[in-house]
Every structure is written in C-alpha cells, then in structure tokens.
Design a protein around this ligand. Structure first.
Ligand code: R5P
Length: 281
C-alpha cells in the first residue's frame, strides 16, 4: 500500500502513512504557464490511498487528476474535509446540489471513500462507490482532557452540532448543552441560550466546522454575559474564512483548536489514527 498526499493534506497523509506503516508515494506537482495543473505519480502499489481535503477548486481538480493517475489500482480516497458538502440539497429553485456534483465526480476511479465528520452524512448516498463517514469527536474530547479543566461545560453553538457535542462530552462525562441559532446572512448569526447555566464555568464550544467563526464568536459573547469563567473553541474543520481565526483571537478565546483535516497552526488534534484504523479494516 502507498499513500499519496494532495498539497492540502501533506501533514495528515504523512501521519496516516506512519500509522499504517507504509510509504508515501512520490508525486510531482507542477503548474503550466496557463495555470493548468500537472500531476505525476512516480511509484505505485496495488493498493493506493489518496488523502486529499478538497478545500478549493484547485484541490478538487488535483484529486480528480490523482484518481485518474491511479487508474487500474485499488484506490481508497480519504476526503478529510469535503468542500461543497453543505450544499446538500436545493435550498432555492435553480440551485445545483453541489454536494452531489462533487460526490459523483470524486467517485470516478475510487474503490471506496472515507469522509471525516461530514456536515450531512446523507451526502454519502451521492457517492457511486462504498463510502463511510468517520468521526473524530472522541479525539476532540481527548484534547479537552489534556486541558485539565475541573468541570468543563461542552456547548454546541446550535442544535445541529448537538449530537457531535454529546459525543465529545462523553469522553470526560462532562455537562453538555447547545444554543439556539438563527442565521441572518452568510456571516451573521443571532443566538439565544437553551438550557444554559454558564455562570462560573469553563466553557468549550465545539462544532464540526468553524467557517467564518461567526457562530463561535457570538456564542462566546453570550457566554461571557452569562458569567462564564473562560471560553475555548474546538472544531474539526478549521476553515477560518474571511479572517475567522483573527476574529476568534479578538473575541478572547482562551484556546482555539482544530484538526489536521485542514492544516492550520492550531491543528492540534489529528484525524490520522481514526483514518488509519478505518483503512486497515
Ligand atoms: C454549519 O451549520 C456548521 O455546523 C457550522 O455551524 C458553521 O459552518 C459555522 O459557520 P460560521 O463559523 O461561519 O459561523
């Protein structure tokens, strides 16, 4: 077995290869003067693993090229972060189902696909090969344990992340709650507490995606008004769009952590062991 890394997933691919005890395949990447991408996989095995977060158009195209380069091999595609997965239905007439578009093309040449904490697991049904969603909620929980907080309160910024938050909180048998959230626009959210008593508590906001950081920042402001002692943020996929990381820093979070599904300075949780275990099965 050999592991190929996309430019977006060098760290995670290396960690997965280490966990699997296999080698990273040499891949040449280049860009032609007209901007087109060139990919050449220099060495193969019968089993190939592509680790590639599709965070933008360039990385989506790069995966498609790598899948084609691996033609005839038994290729596992790991999508640590799958872009466009949130447009999983037609919210308005005339829109594409972007998640379906991506799932269909990414299935070409893949024998099986793994996603990590995909926003809507029903998207897996759009792939044309066996696909499984993995969760690293326990890994986020293990990170919280390292903070050695006496009695933390784990909070989801909305009820959509409630199940995820509960899975995180199970690791330390911590209290868990969620906010009610109304989205006003792409970057603006209005929030109100649900069953919350944050007064004097060390709070950890957890979510599958930190996109602009708007949800986390608004929730943090609310928690401080409620008398929280400290507020921390933990998300699986740290997109930090539109200066999201700066926004969180300015909001006074005591800790900001995301995973290596999107490689960031704050990627202190790794998805590698969960991914490697799934590949081995
Ligand atoms: C979507 O509903 C996700 O679970 C997150 O809550 C969302 O992506 C966070 O977005 P933002 O960071 O822009 O508030």
């Amino acid at each position: 077995m050999k592991v190929i890394y996309a430019e977006t997933s060098q760290l995670l691919a290396t960690r997965v290869a280490y966990c699997l005890g296999c080698r990273i395949a040499e891949v040449k990447y280049n860009t032609f003067p007209d901007g087109e991408q060139y990919v050449r996989v220099m060495n193969f095995d019968d089993d190939m693993v592509i680790v590639a977060s599709t965070v933008d158009s360039r990385s989506i195209l790069q995966v498609l090229l790598m899948l084609d380069a691996c033609e005839g091999k038994n290729t596992t595609l790991v999508l640590p972060y799958m872009g466009y997965a949130r447009q999983d239905k037609r919210f308005n007439e005339g829109e594409p189902i972007s998640a379906r578009v991506l799932a269909r093309v990414l299935s070409e040449g893949a024998s099986r696909i793994f996603t990590v904490n995909i926003h809507t697991p029903s998207v897996l049904g759009y792939f044309k090969c066996p696909a499984e969603n993995l969760t690293i909620a326990p890994k986020i929980g293990e990170h919280i344990q390292t903070l050695k907080l006496a009695d933390p309160l784990v909070l989801a910024p909305d009820d959509g992340a409630w199940e995820f938050a509960k899975s995180v909180a199970t690791i330390g048998d911590w209290d868990c709650d969620h906010f009610d959230k109304t989205r006003l626009s792409g970057s603006e959210v209005k929030m109100a507490p649900k069953h919350l008593d944050a007064n004097g508590r060390d709070c950890i906001l957890v979510d599958d995606i930190i996109a602009t950081g708007g949800s986390m920042t608004t929730a943090a402001g609310m928690l401080k008004k409620l008398g929280a002692t400290s507020v921390r943020a933990a998300g699986v996929h740290g997109l930090f769009a539109n200066g999201g990381y700066v926004k969180l820093m300015q909001a006074g979070f005591a800790d900001i952590v995301s995973s290596d599904t999107i490689e960031r300075e704050c990627s202190r949780v790794t998805a590698s062991t969960v991914v490697a275990d799934a590949i081995r099965r």
